[in-house]
Design a protein around this ligand. Sequence first.
Ligand SMILES: N[C@@H](CCC[C@H](N)C(=O)O)C(=O)O
Length: 279
Amino acid sequence: MEFTKMHGCGNDYIYVNGFTEEVSARKKPELVRRLSDRHFGIGGDGVIFINRSSQADFEMEMYNADGSRAEMCGNGIRCVAKYVYDKSLTDKTSVSVISSGQIKYLDLIIKNVMVKAVKVNMGSPILKAADIPVISENEEVISEMIEVEGKVYEMTCVSMGNPHAVVFMEDVENLDIEKIGPYFENHVRFPNRVNTEFVKVIDRNTVQMRVWERGTGETLACGTGACATVVACILNGLTEEEVTVKLLGGKLHIRWDRRENLVYMTGPAETVFEGEIEI
Ligand SMILES: N[C@@H](CCC[C@H](N)C(=O)O)C(=O)O
């Protein structure tokens, strides 16, 4: 099977061309676990299959490193756009990509005939998803308290198609995320598990974020997590509408247009290497 290793701000996935590579749905979770393994496989935060779609230009079929499916992936979708353009699967500089029934619209930023960065219309944040109620009828923010391993944290839950719990704190650098992350991910509050963002507000246009991703663990960046973080910051009156999110692997620029109620994410997309692996 041919593959391409790509990343967005260090959030790295293995990309497989579903137009040419056939893998049965039943075998995918096990294959994803094997390929994602950083010692015995290619290594990555998961695997993304790029497929044909009748509803959008392309379909993104996203798997976390543990073989579980995710509804959306912000860093991944930018890399999908780079993949399809750089490999001439399209010559359009604005493309649509569907993932778990959600269509996103992407504008490619091209330098020297290659995609360098991508601006994505990530759609509207979901603030009343069944399993993560956030906002009451009168739009008042309900930032919840959650007890994790004997400590109480204040969190704001936002869905960007996939679920996020945003936790504000002062000392993000020294957080023992390997210890606390799994407790949030598997907390009884989240029957479908959750991605958790630990966030320090630096100023009204800048925040620092670390993330524990559902199905993968700590990653160097999370695009949907950065979007959810900025939505949570704005709802809590902590930032303006345009925010730079500083992550371990780079920076993402996020804007929540309140009038349109749309979140825009702009960030890099990079190819690392390509290869072939026996499956
Ligand atoms: N890293 C991604 C999110 C990947 C999916 C997530 N782990 C989930 O299970 O929802 C991003 O950049 O958004």
